[in-house]
Write a protein that binds this ligand. Structure first.
Ligand code: ZN
Length: 462
């Protein structure tokens, strides 16, 4: 089943220009890259990728679990990921308890259901999470932790968390440096400024996405990023910024990286396609908000010039009913994994000449290195898992949410026509999506037990 030779495709690499190769797959792993048409072991089946591009399996490093239908979301949301060509997802949990029970329970749900390989990020929100940080790395294979700089005091308690402060953040980063330097994912938001400005915007009767953006001005994203980088430098921590949305934040990251290198960041596709001038109201509500045309240009520049490290979805499997409301009542976020590649191919590669090699870095080697999946994931070379995303760069297709299979019942891109789509998703040599159809049951996936500085162990649970 998982032994074959993939013939006729153009392989997209993260570290060099695309090139024609055949690929020999044995035992679910890449055995060799072959010259086009070269001999393969006698009797081995062939698969054709003629006229198509073969990417290393795509990795969505930013997915939220717990917003779909509990339990079945591991089936629906990973089938949805496979529809988008993704072979690996990393999902966030946000809990106020110790993670031992959460981990066991979620593994029981996930193991039998997932269509693509998966790993977990834990959010850190109370003292116990700092004390147990090293244990989460050694006992659960979790090597990345989220910290919400906005869930301070009352704001955190409102979310059912203990509520933290800079003292907590400082201690978390120091502990991370002590336990081997897992990646600390910092949501940067100065909530004290946001709370004050929001009251003014609301008092003035604001109710558009422009008002939403005005309530969280760009400086509330960039200033905490500076604080996080300064702390990280002084404490020796590794920080990663999810969903960076503004030119102001990117400028600061560029500046700071010259001084302290262990800073990486992510851009989400919706900021590449939408601005605060969109009339979507609640349907377009996200945190951070859609920003200006100039911010959007800054994001595209950061993708093109190598500044950005990762593109990820911030996927939340919400129903339309929770979104289609007046601005202040609507839920934040939307589904996103399955449309990442079409956005980058249509709006990036075709319209802006964004090289395929950059798209490959942002969706494969970038997240693989930052989140400890390398060298098993994020590469097409001998020894790596035979994870492939086979894309037809010329295929035009109109987005219809119901065809993509999420628990969510809409897409930000419903009715948009994109040029460039994945047509086949292969996970460890096994085809899980072909021409928009999910092939085979869930449960093929394996948990990615991650380690710092060593390859992940697939399928290890404890
Ligand atoms: Zn998120």
């Amino acid at each position: 089943m998982s032994d074959f030779v993939l013939r006729g495709g153009t392989v997209v690499f993260p570290d060099r220009a695309p090139a024609r190769h055949d690929i020999l797959v044995q035992g679910g792993k890449i055995a060799a890259l072959l010259a086009p048409g070269a001999a393969a072991p006698a009797g081995i089946p062939q698969q054709s990728a003629a006229g198509l591009h073969v990417f290393p399996g795509l990795i969505d490093a930013h997915v939220h679990f717990g917003f779909g239908e509990k339990i079945t979301e591991y089936s629906t949301e990973t089938a949805y990921a496979a529809q988008g060509g993704f072979t690996t997802i990393l999902g966030y949990f946000l809990n106020n308890e110790a993670y031992a029970d959460v981990y066991r329970r979620e593994q029981d749900y996930a193991r039998a259901r997932c269509h693509v390989d998966y790993g977990f990020h834990f959010s850190t929100a109370n003292e116990l999470h700092i004390t147990e940080l090293g244990k989460y790395v050694s006992d659960y294979g979790v090597t990345s932790f989220k910290y919400f700089m906005n869930f301070k005091g009352e704001e955190g308690r409102y979310m059912g968390l203990d509520g933290t402060d800079d003292g907590f953040f400082h201690a978390l980063l120091a502990e991370s440096a002590r336990v081997g330097r897992p990646t600390i994912v910092c949501h940067t938001e100065n909530i004290e400024i946001v709370n004050r400005v929001r009251r003014q915007v609301q008092a003035a009767g604001g109710g558009t996405l422009k008002d939403w953006s005005a309530s969280k001005p760009a400086i509330t994203e960039s200033e905490p990023a500076i604080r996080a980088m300064y702390f990280a430098e002084k404490l020796g921590a590794k920080v990663y910024f999810p969903h960076i949305s503004s030119r102001m934040a990117i400028d600061e990251i560029r500046l700071w990286r010259k001084r302290y290198a262990d800073v990486t960041f992510e851009i989400c596709p919706h900021y590449l396609t939408h601005t605060e001038d969109s009339d979507l109201v609640g349907m377009g509500k996200a945190n951070p908000p859609f920003r200006t045309k100039d911010d959007q240009e800054a994001l595209w520049e950061a993708l093109a010039d190598g500044t950005a490290d990762v593109v990820a979805s911030d996927h939340v499997a919400r129903k339309k009913a929770t979104k289609d409301k007046p601005l202040w009542l609507a839920s934040q976020g939307f589904p996103g994994t399955a449309t990442i590649l079409p956005v980058l191919l249509a709006e990036g590669y075709h319209k802006r000449k964004l090289p395929l090699q950059r798209i490959c870095q942002l969706l494969t080697s970038g997240p693989a290195k930052i989140f400890h999946l390398d060298p098993v994931k994020g590469r097409i070379e001998a020894g790596a898992d035979a994870d492939f995303t086979i894309a037809d760069l010329e295929k035009e297709r109109v987005v219809k949410a119901e065809e993509l299979g999420s628990y969510s019942d809409y897409s930000l891109y419903d009715g948009w026509k994109f040029k460039g789509w994945p047509v086949k998703t292969i996970v460890r040599g096994v085809t899980v999506m072909e021409n928009g159809r999910i092939v085979g049951p869930g449960g093929h996936a394996q948990y990615l037990w991650r380690r710092i500085g060593q390859p992940p162990i697939l399928g290890k649970l404890s």
